[in-house]
Design a protein around this ligand. Sequence first.
Ligand code: NAD
Ligand code: UDP
Ligand code: UDP
Length: 343
Amino acid sequence: PPSRSTFNSGGGGGRTGRVPVGIGRKRLRIVVTGGAGFVGSHLVDKLIGRGDEVIVIDNFFTGRKENLVHLFSNPRFELIRHDVVEPILLEVDQIYHLACPASPVHYKYNPVKTIKTNVMGTLNMLGLAKRVGARFLLTSTSEVYGDPLEHPQKETYWGNVNPIGERSCYDEGKRTAETLAMDYHRGAGVEVRIARIFNTYGPRMCLDDGRVVSNFVAQTIRKHPMTVYGDGKQTRSFQYVSDLVEGLVALMENDHVGPFNLGNPGEFTMLELAEVVKEVIDPSATIEFKPNTADDPHKRKPDISKAKEQLNWEPKISLREGLPRMVSDFRNRILNEDEGKGL
Ligand code: NAD
Ligand code: UDP
Ligand code: UDP
């Protein structure tokens, strides 16, 4: 592939000719699609914190201005209400492409829109990357492995995905997004990076997004029972959001295309997760069983040897350390909600 402009030593070519932010590195102009969401807003904090310019593109489907309001007066920050399904013209050095609902409740709400976001949205952002010579990072997902027949999952595993199920708009959408990224890389020389993210939790998750960690934490704070779906023996591996942000930045700044699994290999059944929530938030918490959803993967755990070796990255925060860090944010928002209802 043709080599891109190298005036930004931080990686990601581009045409913006930024001014220096410190010794040895120029200020970058970076787009974060989906930057008003849970992961995106933490990533934006990190990029602004290190001195770069950030443009967030978000249609606010699941994102919230509140996640970014503390940056509104910062001259290096810009927020554009825009749907990535439509084309957009910008001049940038790097693109972190996160725009896509991530929780099953949200991505199943309008499955056709989810596919359009994954396919047309990713195509537009790759077209933009190609035009301006920007480096492009795709946030793919562990769901590309489907209900995995290999455990733990390595990046070389091709997955076991139902193409016609209720989760397919997301799983197959992300698989197509990976394909598009690789085709722009091979065919047009776009510098791409692919992250396969495993379940991530932390402050600013939507209270009502139906994911297991946000559900259990919100239910416990509200003194409701934790809803365990199925027999609760299915497993997931939970990563704290700051570990993920470190991994995404390490991947963007590195020379390897990926894909890379970014997740915490600590594996828990949903019943074990409920025990940890009980232990760290409220010992009097209870559980209730509910029927499980269709096509729910039985187990999931990343093999992260590749990211350890090639990116020198591994998560640092265990579930017991991470969970307490999201409690005050959840408590405050639940309190505000209750006050809003006049409770
Ligand atoms: P989120 O729902 O909090 O954030 C997604 C953001 O994208 C929201 O701000 C939403 O408004 C925006 N968005 C959605 N569709 C859009 C569109 N068409 N145009 C513009 N903006 C749009 O989810 P998150 O947990 O922050 O996830 C971020 C990314 O990471 C997603 O791509 C998701 O697939 C991926 N991911 C997350 C996890 C996780 O556990 N959080 C796991 C695997 C992959
Ligand atoms: N695109 C965009 N911004 C740009 C460049 C391209 O949104 O700065 C969109 C463009 O509208 C197209 C997609 O990205 O829908 C793919 O662009 P590409 O140039 O690769 O393909 P083509 O336009 O030739 O189909
Ligand atoms: N789950 C649960 N109770 C809930 C929400 C989810 O037991 O209130 C289970 C769900 O069936 C799945 C696991 O938790 O087995 C993880 O679900 P989540 O929606 O968080 O993420 P994903 O399925 O995408 O990994």
